[in-house]
Design a protein around this ligand. Structure first.
Ligand code: FES
Length: 158
């Protein structure tokens, strides 16, 4: 871990007492500082606050809002709820994964510009299939529309 990262985690840990009483708040602070939950930071927090590493991983896997891997600048969430699924949302996710040259059907591009996630119902089923980019909802998506939106975000980075 870089020394600036060590300083960040030390500053965060100073605010907490030993034990698991404020575990979620601690994890939110670590994620806020690093953009995700680095394993080294969790190990240090575990050592200093006497919290088993397995506890961090259990909480992180229960709550979707926690990320154990570095995230891209933009998050692309493809809905895989029932209404979107029947309108071929999976094809959209596969197309995005190909475009981003991901190894799996979710993950972060090597340039750290995009993270692709498959998510549960986004609550706007009448617009299925739905893709959310950061906080923007895009409905009635096709592969062409998805590619256009992806290119817009790519241009924004230049
Ligand atoms: S199933 Fe996709 S928005 Fe509800």
């Amino acid at each position: 871990m870089k020394s600036s990262s060590k300083a960040s985690i030390a500053a965060i840990l100073k605010q907490y007492d030993s034990g698991q009483d404020s575990l979620i708040s601690l994890m939110q602070d670590i994620q806020s500082a690093f953009g995700y939950l680095p394993k080294e930071a969790l190990q240090q927090a575990g050592r200093e606050l006497d919290i088993p590493l397995s506890k961090f991983f259990a909480v992180a896997s229960f709550y979707n809002s926690f990320n154990l891997e570095p995230q891209g600048k933009h998050t692309i969430s493809v809905c895989e709820g029932t209404a979107c699924h029947v309108k071929n949302a999976d094809n959209l996710a596969q197309m995005v994964a190909r475009e981003l040259e991901l190894n799996g059907d979710e993950g972060t591009s090597t340039d750290r510009q995009f993270t692709l996630k498959k998510v549960r119902c986004l609550g706007c089923c009448s617009m299925a299939p739905v893709v959310k980019v950061n906080d923007d909802i895009h409905g009635s998506m096709t592969q062409t529309k998805t590619a256009t939106i992806l290119n817009q975000y790519r241009k924004d980075k230049k």
